[in-house]
Design a protein around this ligand. Structure first.
Ligand SMILES: Cc1cc2nc3c(=O)[nH]c(=O)nc-3n(C[C@H](O)[C@H](O)[C@@H](O)COP(=O)(O)OP(=O)(O)OC[C@H]3O[C@@H](n4cnc5c(N)ncnc54)[C@H](O)[C@@H]3O)c2cc1C
Length: 293
């Protein structure tokens, strides 16, 4: 199938993109890498009257570290994240996660801003943003808004963005050198969307967590920052504690049914991931053997 007819405008600046979006509102759609928008248009799941191409706005591209803040421009491609020394040094979780986003051809075009604005609940990067405590920076007719990642994702393909707004960057606090991370997803084949996945960032002292952020994906209509993680902070982790946290996590999940898995299977896999994650972050294989999923 082919997309229905649409007008095309190549934005010459962020201000120009915002003008176009302000004038055309819901009839316009932003085009970044096109890896989600163009298939949706070809399938007639999206039919914008105007496509605003921001692909040449180079000031929205790149990774910068200033003090203890890492800023990633919205147009930074997945492939750029994989190659960035700043990401390798300060946000290795992202590097692990991006390797699971689709395939090289898609990663060469797809952008971080596009992935977050698309808000697919099975996407890797939104869950990473929760785990990393990211702030999402958005510009619109009223100026700039800074939105915490856990308030940005509002449902399947839904975010806090209005049709007049542009996601311009994300800001991550640079994690302490001693912090550690975990990423894993269950997928039918490498590069497929996850059946269930987990992106985690932690601080471990004396074999206890002093901080632990668990970003689950494909477990509901949006990525989930698990509150149950709080029960693992500053306590000795035993199989019994882990089992209690697994049960609490179950309450937080609202998995959806699709062709890949039932809600029961997703709940089970999320608990398996939780236990493997904790065991791996604490370097305690005994927890995997001792705790039941
Ligand atoms: C075969 C295939 C497999 C895929 N597998 C995965 C996968 O495993 N994991 C995964 O996460 N994704 C996957 N994707 C989806 C895609 O790679 C991502 O959603 C992402 O790369 C899209 O980024 P983009 O720059 O191409 O966004 P676009 O397609 O250009 O835009 C996506 C949406 O975001 C909006 N948008 C884009 N940029 C902005 C901005 N700066 N401000 C406001 N709105 C904006 C657009 O209007 C559109 O609604 C897959 C896609 C394909 C075709």
């Amino acid at each position: 199938m082919k997309a229905s007819a649409f007008d095309y405008a190549r934005a010459t600046s962020v201000a120009n993109a915002l003008e176009l979006l302000a004038t055309h509102g819901e009839r316009a759609r932003v085009l970044a890498g096109g890896q989600s928008l163009l298939p949706a248009m070809n399938l007639r799941l999206a039919a914008p009257e105007l496509v605003v191409d921001i692909g040449e706005l180079d000031d929205l591209r790149g990774v910068v570290v200033k003090g203890d803040v890492l800023t990633i421009g919205a147009l930074t491609r997945h492939a750029d994240l994989l190659k960035s020394p700043e990401i390798a040094a300060h946000a290795p979780l992202l590097m692990n996660a991006v390797a699971h986003v689709a395939h090289p051809a898609i990663r060469n075009r797809g952008t971080i801003g596009g992935s977050l604005a698309q808000a697919d609940p099975a996407s890797e990067l939104p869950a990473c943003m929760l785990a990393l405590g990211t702030t999402i920076i958005v510009r619109g007719p009223g100026g700039e808004r800074r939105i915490a990642a856990d308030e940005f994702f509002a449902g399947i393909y839904e975010t806090a963005l209005t049709p007049q707004e542009l996601l311009v960057a994300v800001e991550l606090p640079v994690p302490p050198k001693s912090s550690t991370h975990y990423f894993h997803e269950f997928a039918r084949r490498h590069g497929d969307y996850a059946i269930v996945g987990l992106a985690a960032q932690a601080l471990v002292r004396d074999r206890r967590f002093s901080d632990l952020r668990l970003g689950f994906f494909a477990v509901g209509d949006r990525p989930l920052l698990a509150k149950s993680a709080g029960k693992l902070i500053d306590v000795a982790i035993t199989p019994a504690v882990l089992s209690e946290v697994s049960s609490a996590l179950d309450e937080e999940l609202s998995p959806l049914e699709d062709q890949q898995a039932t809600p029961a299977m997703r709940r089970h896999l999320a608990k398996v991931l939780l236990i493997r994650c904790v065991s791996s972050l604490l370097a305690r294989p005994d927890l995997c053997a001792g705790a039941s999923a």
